[in-house]
Design a protein around this ligand. Structure first.
Ligand SMILES: [Zn+2]
Length: 410
């Protein structure tokens, strides 16, 4: 299992200058590599591989000795970033051909690079500082012990000029043990952030009017300053600091909520939402992107396994329109907050009714999924059925065994 630890770092004044200089050089190299691979593609019709980029870097170092200011691994990481950009571009092209609504943009030239990555070598982590080759030993706040094998180290500067060190590690997989708590379905919404099938509702933090106003004011302050001036720079930092502060408040709430959920349920089913599609609806765009459902479901997914919980996605089609009691389908306008079944007369909160349907759908498809060879078919990103792409095999097995349907050969 891959995890990452993030620490606040405090480089000295000189180190900051070195880091900024190295980031500037990284940006130059990134743009050079992009240009190079564009030209290469025009000439040969092939993409420039990461390996070839690295060879080219070594040659260029002789002509441009300033690149030797960076550690060689950091330089190689930049060619990885370029080829990743290409890979994502090709992936999105493919997805678009398959009929998905994705934006396809060709890799762009960078205006700045705000992080440096040491992929394998060139750094040493100590108790209170990290020694980075060609930069020096940088102090950081070690608030949490690192477990697992250290893979990479990234030093990053935020827009508000704060520095962070992120350490990626590889942990050993522990066998999956279910926490034997009840099962639940989740309906994600705007007015009620999370509605569970056992009638509980959890809210997200609301950004207050005061916070919104302050944010707007700080943004206005930026636009009032002359471009390129020192005061503008200061205003940008002030605005960035406040935005990051609010982002942390949201993040904190989502972390706590997802933590609580995976520890109080053994099975969580949620809707597979296509968020980019939904944001297109302009009336809801702002409130939807403020909800950060994608972020939240990601947290559920990665926290689930170690908490003994299985999180699965379900196709959300018609979950709000269907009666969770008798299965009757009826129209539901957005303003209708309670579901009143025309057939059996059941009354339930709109979102809770949906969450019951989501749980039902997940339990149905998990048992049938393991029944046949469809497990393989639901792997990958195309399937939106329950127990799809994001469920680890071990967790999958646990669901199947619990459902009591079939035995999974391991
Ligand atoms: Zn009904």
């Amino acid at each position: 299992m891959k995890t990452a630890y993030k620490y606040r770092a405090y480089p000295s004044k000189e180190q900051k200058a070195t880091l900024n200089r190295q980031m500037l050089l990284s940006k130059e190299l990134y743009n050079l590599l992009l240009e190079k691979s564009k030209a290469y593609y025009k000439e040969t019709g092939k993409t420039l591989t990461e390996y070839r980029m690295n060879v080219w870097i070594t040659q260029t170092k002789k002509e441009k000795p300033e690149f030797t200011e960076l550690h060689s691994q950091v330089l190689q990481n930049i060619s990885k970033r370029v080829s990743d950009a290409y890979r994502h571009f090709f992936r999105r092209c493919k997805e678009k051909k398959q009929g998905k609504t994705v934006k396809v943009g060709f890799p762009r030239y960078r205006k700045f690079v705000s992080s440096l990555t040491y992929p394998q070598l060139g750094f040493k982590i100590k108790k209170k500082n990290a020694e980075l080759s060609k930069i020096g030993s940088i102090n950081f706040v070690n608030h949490r012990e690192i477990e697992g094998k250290v893979k990479t180290l990234t030093i990053k500067k935020t827009k508000s000029q704060e520095w962070y060190i992120t350490i990626a590690v590889e942990k050993e997989d522990k066998p999956f043990i279910s926490n034997n708590k009840p099962k639940t379905g989740i309906d994600l919404g705007i007015s009620q952030y999370v509605a569970l099938s056992d009638n509980t509702i959890h809210q997200n933090v609301k950004i207050t009017k005061h916070q919104r106003n302050r944010s707007r004011l700080l943004q206005q302050n930026v636009s009032r300053k002359r471009k390129g001036s020192r005061n503008r720079k200061k205003a940008v930092i002030r605005f960035a600091r406040y935005s990051e502060h609010i982002a942390r408040i949201r993040q904190d709430c989502l972390h706590k909520l997802s933590y609580n959920l995976v520890h109080s349920y053994s099975f969580i089913a949620y809707e597979d939402l296509e968020i980019p599609n939904m944001v297109k609806n302009r009336r809801y765009a702002k409130s939807i992107s403020e909800c950060s459902w994608g972020n939240f479901t990601q947290m559920l997914q990665y926290k689930a396994e170690s908490a003994g919980c299985v999180a699965v996605t379900v196709n959300p089609q018609h979950t709000t329109m269907t009666c969770s009691n008798c299965g009757n389908m009826q129209r539901m306008s957005i303003s209708q907050r309670t579901f009143i079944c025309e057939k059996c007369g059941m009354r339930k909160d709109r979102d809770i009714n949906a969450s019951v349907n989501i749980l039902g759908r997940a339990l149905n498809s998990t048992s049938s999924n393991f029944d046949s060879k469809t497990v393989k078919a639901t792997e990958g990103h195309s399937g939106s059925q329950a127990c799809g792409d994001n469920v680890r095999p071990s967790a999958r097995k646990a669901v199947a065994e619990e459902a009591g349907t079939i035995r999974v050969a391991s």
